[in-house]
Design a protein around this ligand. Sequence first.
Ligand code: IMP
Ligand code: MG
Length: 181
Amino acid sequence: MSMDRDIAKVLYTEQQLKQRVAELGAEISRDYADKDNIIVVGILRGSYIFMADLTRCITLPCQVDFMALSSYGKGTSSSGQIQIKKDLSETIDGAHVIIVEDILDSGNTLAYLSKILEFRNAASIKICTLLDKPSRRVKAVSADYCGFVVPDEFVVGYGLDYAEKYRNLPYIGVLKPEIYS
Ligand code: IMP
Ligand code: MG
């Protein structure tokens, strides 16, 4: 049973992702060239592939850490009720924090996270999201770095899941609506 048959169309190929992630890494490397104490924080689990590729395109020394926040469960829209399932392993006091997220959708997750991290005395906090779906925004959050702006369709692959599946697709595609409806 191949995963490909559940995909209506490919939005970004492996090659396009690689190219764009390299550009983001170069941009971040330029912007943070004079900073030390950089911590790149991946939001589990959706960002795991993006995080691995992006950090290898950042040419500056940086730490990596991870957080896990409550997700959708099996639905395709956010509940607005966010919980920390796994917190950071290190303190971010005085650090330049770059939050790495798979997709910025309603904004509930990142609005909550930004508010929480603000109280931890980071020197700066920026958001890097691979995908942005601005049409669905509920909270006023915007990304400092964004890979691609996507239409209002449910996408999977390159870390993004539907009901915990399809994360391991090497490209990003639109899931056939009959899979989730
Ligand atoms: P937000 O809190 O609504 O901004 O949702 C962010 C989270 O919802 C992301 O980290 C994803 O895990 C998930 N999400 C939102 N849209 C999609 C999608 O199109 N495909 C897969 N996951 C999504
Ligand atoms: Mg998810």
